[in-house]
Design a protein around this ligand. Structure first.
Ligand code: AHR
Length: 657
C-alpha cells in the first residue's frame, strides 16, 4: 500500500528529499503537456526474457528437487551416491526402445541391510519446515521380489527431517507416489532412498516436488519466483531464449514438440551453458524440459503476459558450430513453427489444437507473435528466415514475426541485417545490447531518429554490464540499473516504434550461474530482486497508455546534466506518470511546469529508487538494500519542484481530479 501523507512537504519513507514549492530556486524548467497525446504505448511494452541459463529452469523456476531424476546425464549417476554394494546398481540402456528416455537403473537388493541411493539436488535441496512433499518413482520389480523404498529427507547435518515408505509392487512399469511433511528447514538438504527387502527392481523418474508450487500444480513451478514475475505484470514472456534456442549443434537445439506431454517422455539433453564458459563450467547442467512449452504457455496465461516463443531457424549457434540445415531440408523446421501456432490457437478439429485440449487446456493461448531465430546473422539467416516468413504468413497472416538483427546494436552485422529486413518489410526487429552503462546513457536518443513507418522494434535482450574482473561477476549495481532506467526513457518516448523490451537474462542461482548480471537471483529457498529488477518493475507498472511531451528548452530530456525523463498518461486511470532519472552524483532541482496542473489532485505520489553509492547491490542477506521507497507530496502553486537525489530514479504520479 502506498502511504499518502498530506502537508506542504510530505516524505513517507526513507531519506528521500522531495521539496515542493512554487518559490524554490530551480535550475531547470521541464514543460509537460498532458493534453498532447503522442505515441500509444503497447500493453506488451515491458516483458520478460526467460532462458534456461544460470539454472533458471532445472534447479530454478522448475520446482523439481531431484537432479538427474531419470539417469540421462552424460555420467548416468551424476548427482547420486550409492551406499552399500555399488555393484548392485546398474544403469540400463534401452535407447532403441525408448529414445526419449533411454536410461533407468536396475538394483539388486541382496539382503535386509539394503542399498542406499542419495540425491544431492541442485546445489542441495531447499526444504521448508511444515511443507508437504510429493515423492514419486516409476518402477517395476522382478517376480518374487519384495523391495520397498524408505524415503528420507535429510538436512545438512544428515538428520532426517521427513520420511515415508513406498512399496512399488508391480512387475510392469508403474508410477508410485507418496506424500509426507518436512519437520525442519534445510537450505541444502538431500534425499535418501533405502531399498529394503530382497530381489531386483528397476527405477526411473525418481522425483520430489514441494506440494506448494505456483497455483499448487503438479510438475509445478517455484511459487516465490513466479510471484516475482507476476508482480512485474509483464506484457510478454520471451521463451525459451536466447542461445538455447539454437543449440551448440542442431541436435541440441530447442524442439518444442519434445517438451510437452508426459514428463518421462521428454528427452533430457545437455544444457548448452554446461560447457560454454570455462570459468563458470557447470558439468551437471542438463535440460529435463519439465518446464516445457505447455508450462510456459500456462505461465504466460496465469500472469497476463503474451507468449512470445522464439524458434530455431535451421541454424545452430554461430558462436559455436554454426551448423546449417540445407534449405531443401528445412521443411520440418518450418513445420514446427506452423504446428506451434496450431498447438496454441487451434481448435479440436486440428491435430495440434486437439493435443493441447487433450493435455487439459481447451482454451486457446491466442498466440500473436513468434520469433524466427535468436541471435542469427548473415545471408544464411536471411535466406532461411524468408522461407519461414512465406510459410507462416501464408497460413497465419495475422501472426507477427520477430526477426533477429544479430548480436550487437551496431557494426557491419547489424547494419546488413537491419537493411535487409527493412527491405523485406519485417514486422518486428529484435535488437540486443549488452553494453557498459555509458552506452545506455549515451543511447537514450537511439530511437528518436528511427523510421516511424518501418518495422517495430523489440529491445529483446539488454543489460548494462559494469566491468567485471576477468570475466567474472558483473554486478547488478545501482549504476547499471540507473543507466538502464535512463535508456528506457528513450524506449518509452519512442513507443510508436519500440513496442517491446526485455532485460536479459532473467534468473540466476547464486551457486550455479554462468552469466551475470541477471534480473532476479535465488538460492534453494530465497530470492531477491536486483535494482535492475525494480527499474523494470517500476516501468512496467507505470507505463501508461500514451506518451506526452516533457521538454527542456523544447528538447527531450536525455542526459542534460545527467537527467533523463519521460512522461506518459494513463487514459484509463486518468494519471500523469513522470519518470525522472538522475545518473549524476549531484542532486538536481527541477521545476515541472505541467499544463492544466489545476485539474490534478493536489497530492502526487513519488516512488524513488536511490542510494548515495552507485556501486551498491542487493543480496540474499540484504535483499532490499536498494528498493523503491514510496512517498507523496502536495502540489502547491503552478508547478512541482522536485529535488532528485544523486543516483536516483523516480516515478511521479499525479491523478486527475
Ligand atoms: O542472455 C544471455 C545470452 O545473451 C542469450 O542466450 C543470447 O541470446 C545472448 O547472446
Amino acid at each position: 500500500m502506498m502511504n499518502f501523507k498530506t502537508g506542504k512537504i510530505a516524505l513517507a519513507a526513507g531519506a528521500m528529499c522531495l521539496s515542493v514549492s512554487a518559490f524554490a530556486q530551480t535550475s531547470a524548467v521541464y514543460t509537460i503537456d498532458p493534453t498532447q497525446l503522442k505515441a500509444t504505448i503497447q500493453p506488451t511494452m515491458y516483458g520478460v526474457f526467460f532462458e534456461d541459463i544460470n539454472m533458471g529452469a532445472d534447479g530454478g523456476l522448475y520446482a523439481e528437487l531431484v537432479k538427474n531424476r531419470s539417469f540421462e546425464f552424460d555420467k548416468s549417476l551424476m548427482g547420486w551416491k550409492i551406499t552399500g554394494d555399488s555393484t548392485a546398481v546398474k544403469v540400463v540402456d534401452r535407447k532403441a526402445e525408448r529414445p526419449d528416455n533411454p536410461h533407468y537403473i536396475n538394483v539388486t537388493v541382496p539382503s535386509a541391510q539394503g542399498i542406499g541411493l542419495a540425491n544431492e539436488g541442485f546445489r542441495g535441496m531447499g526444504i521448508r519446515k511444515g511443507e508437504g512433499y510429493n515423492f514419486s518413482v516409476i518402477a517395476k520389480q522382478a517376480a518374487g521380489s519384495n523391495i520397498s523404498l524408505q524415503i528420507e529427507l535429510r538436512d545438512e547435518s544428515g538428520r532426517a527431517i521427513g520420511s515415508a515408505i513406498v512399496q512399488p509392487r508391480s512387475t510392469q512399469w508403474k508410477k508410485f507416489n507418496v506424500s509426507f511433511a518436512a519437520s525442519a528447514q534445510a537450505a541444502k538438504g538431500s534425499l535418501y532412498i533405502t531399498l529394503k527387502g530382497k530381489g531386483n527392481i528397476d527405477l526411473d523418474m525418481i522425483s520430489l516436488f514441494p506440494q506448494h508450487t505456483w497455483k499448487n500444480r503438479a510438475n509445478g513451478l517455484r511459487a516465490d519466483l513466479v510471484q516475482m514475475l507476476a508482480d512485474m505484470k509483464p506484457g510478454f514472456i520471451r521463451f525459451p531464449g536466447g542461445c538455447i534456442v539454437e543449440g551448440r549443434y542442431l541436435v541440441n537445439r530447442y524442439q518444442w514438440k519434445k517438451t510437452i506431454g508426459d514428463v518421462d517422455k521428454r528427452e533430457t539433453i545437455i544444457n548448452r551453458w554446461n560447457t560454454e564458459f570455462k570459468h563458470r563450467s557447470t558439468p551437471d547442467y542438463f535440460q529435463s524440459f519439465g518446464l516445457g512449452f505447455m508450462e510456459y504457455f500456462m505461465l504466460a496465461e496465469d500472469i497476463g503476459a503474451e507468449p512470445l516463443p522464439i524458434l530455431n531457424c535451421g541454424m545452430a549457434c554461430q558462436f559455436n558450430s554454426g551448423e546449417l540445415v540445407p534449405v531443401d531440408q528445412i521443411d520440418p523446421y518450418v513445420q514446427d513453427a506452423l504446428d506451434l501456432i496450431e498447438f496454441a490457437n487451434g481448435d479440436a478439429s486440428t491435430k495440434w489444437g486437439k493435443l493441447r485440449i487433450s493435455l487439459g487446456h481447451p482454451a486457446k493461448f491466442n498466440l500473436k507473435m513468434l520469433g524466427v531465430g535468436n541471435e542469427n546473422w548473415g545471408p544464411n539467416y536471411v535466406e532461411r528466415w524468408t522461407l519461414f516468413r512465406d510459410a507462416i504468413k501464408k497460413k497465419y497472416p495475422q501472426v507477427k514475426i520477430v526477426t533477429s538483427t544479430g548480436t550487437d546494436p551496431d557494426g557491419a552485422r547489424f547494419d546488413t541485417l537491419n537493411t535487409a529486413f527493412r527491405g523485406l518489410k519485417a514486422d518486428i526487429l529484435d535488437e540486443h545490447y549488452y553494453r557498459p552503462p555509458q552506452w545506455f546513457r549515451d543511447n537514450a536518443k537511439r530511437y528518436d531518429s528511427y523510421d516511424r513507418n518501418g518495422p517495430k522494434i523489440f529491445a529483446g535482450e539488454y543489460a548494462a554490464h559494469v566491468p567485471g574482473v576477468n570475466d567474472a561477476l558483473k554486478k547488478n549495481n545501482l549504476e547499471a540499473a540507473l543507466a538502464e532506467a535512463a535508456f528506457m526513457t528513450g524506449l518509452e518516448r519512442n513507443a510508436d516504434v519500440v513496442n517491446m523490451a526485455s532485460y536479459a537474462p532473467l534468473f540466476a542461482h547464486v551457486d550455479a550461474w554462468q552469466w551475470a548480471p541477471d534480473l532476479i537471483w535465488f538460492d534453494n529457498l530465497e530470492h531477491y530482486g536486483t535494482p535492475n529488477y525494480y527499474v523494470q518493475k517500476l516501468y512496467s507498472l507505470n507505463k501508461g497508455t500514451n506518451v506526452v511531451p516533457i521538454l527542456l528548452g523544447g528538447q527531450p530530456i536525455a542526459g542534460q546534466e545527467g537527467i533523463y525523463a519521460n512522461a506518459t498518461i494513463n487514459k484509463n486511470t486518468k494519471e500523469l506518470l513522470i519518470k525522472l532519472v538522475n545518473v549524476s552524483g549531484q542532486s538536481h532541482k527541477a521545476s515541472l511546469d505541467i499544463k492544466g496542473l489545476s485539474s490534478y489532485q493536489s497530492k502526487a505520489w513519488v516512488t524513488t529508487l536511490t542510494s548515495d553509492k552507485p556501486d551498491v547491490v542487493n543480496s540474499l542477506e540484504q535483499p532490499q538494500l536498494i528498493a523503491p521507497k514510496e512517498g507523496s507530496l502536495t502540489v502547491a502553486g503552478s508547478s512541482l519542484v522536485i529535488d532528485a537525489e544523486p543516483y536516483s530514479f523516480k516515478v511521479i504520479k499525479l491523478k486527475m481530479k
